[in-house]
Design a protein around this ligand. Sequence first.
Ligand code: GLN
Length: 454
Amino acid sequence: AHLDRIAAVDGAVHAYLHVSAEDALATARDVDARRAAGEQLHPLAGVPIAVKDVVVTKGMPSTAGSKILEGWIPPYDATLVEKIRAAGLPILGKTNMDEFAMGSSTEHSAFGNTHNPWDLDRIPGGSGGGSAAAVAAFEAPLAIGTDTGGSIRQPGAVTGTVGVKPTYGGVSRYGLIAMASSLDQAGPVTRTVLDSALLHELIGGHDPRDSTSIPEPLPALVDAARQGAAGDLSGLKVGVVTQLQGEGYQPGVLARFQESLDLLTQAGAEIVEVSCPSFDAALAAYYLIMPSEASSNLAKFDGMRFGLRVEPEEGPVTAERVMAATRGAGFGDEVKRRVILGTYALSAGYYDAYYGSAQKVRTLIQRDFDAAFAQVDVLVSPTAPTTAFPLGEKLDDPLAMYLNDVATIPANLAGVPGISVPNGLSDDGLPVGFQILAPAKADDRLYRVGAALE
Ligand code: GLN
């Protein structure tokens, strides 16, 4: 049914870069046979899933939205993909994204943009716009995204889907094509909070192949979602972040946010306002730390190891000239912009002023979270300041594009988990997201509060 739906609507939505119909059907048949034989299977066995193209899949293209990886077929599966396959979830295909996950609109994909299923002339969010659009358009019931600064939660918000960024280290990064290694996390994109909890429990947990993976077991996420769905939040303290509301936020977004706060109060939660003053500097710190790490991670795309290789048009074919020709032809403008920013921020003489300062701001943001979570159980805000903007509107203005992430970036800098749950429609008829943040390793709280709002 999902393959039929993809055939019917993906020409207009363009959520997928690659559809793996045969692979998916083979898994589905295998699951049917095992179920018929009486085998006890995972609750999600047979439920199809779409995977963001930044996650490597054995035998299936994995381009990260870039020309430089066109034609590369990974020889191995990411740990999370191994787990998905082992549990019997058919993989429908790979979803579109901003090149190397750099963007908030999926317009920086080298393979054309994705359209928001709610209004095809608007962006589906980014960088994981393909995963969110696939779920919103019923082209997949479940999807995997990655979130470095908001790329799961912001697309979730603008497409009316649920998106979760787990605690840093909660889901293995082994097999993710790295953007900024200290910020990247993979997580679920679904239509319900319970679905996200089921998927999060499946893909999460310790992995010895990721040195930053958390050794302890995950908290009980599915139980927390079931508990939240019962609707009782008495005893829970919810902090509204002063810095993540007001100016710059669309009135319809703020109105829906206030209505959800009222629902939380009715469910027995206590709402207090909490100030996190360093959050005002989060965006600036992120746009130094992220490009610095990305410029280093992307150095491996040299025309020798993976995918594209371009030889210089004239003159000698030296290693350096092949690298320059390949990177010049293979990377898009946004990737080049960030590689240049990152190498500049890391260069001798500027390192302390830029990268060093940004790391200090990062520590201040972590302290703001520590102080806040000493007072409240969760923090809440709108996920994104606006609903989906028209395609093309911010394409020539990188700073305007970056501003879309003000509310999601602090969680990545501190490593804490966050969820975006659908929060009704704004005055323009487009979906709004409600963001919940919890302390590191307390991902269960996201599901308890998120399910109570459904
Ligand atoms: N939009 C943000 C950026 O462009 C976040 C991207 C992400 O989370 N991968 O960096």
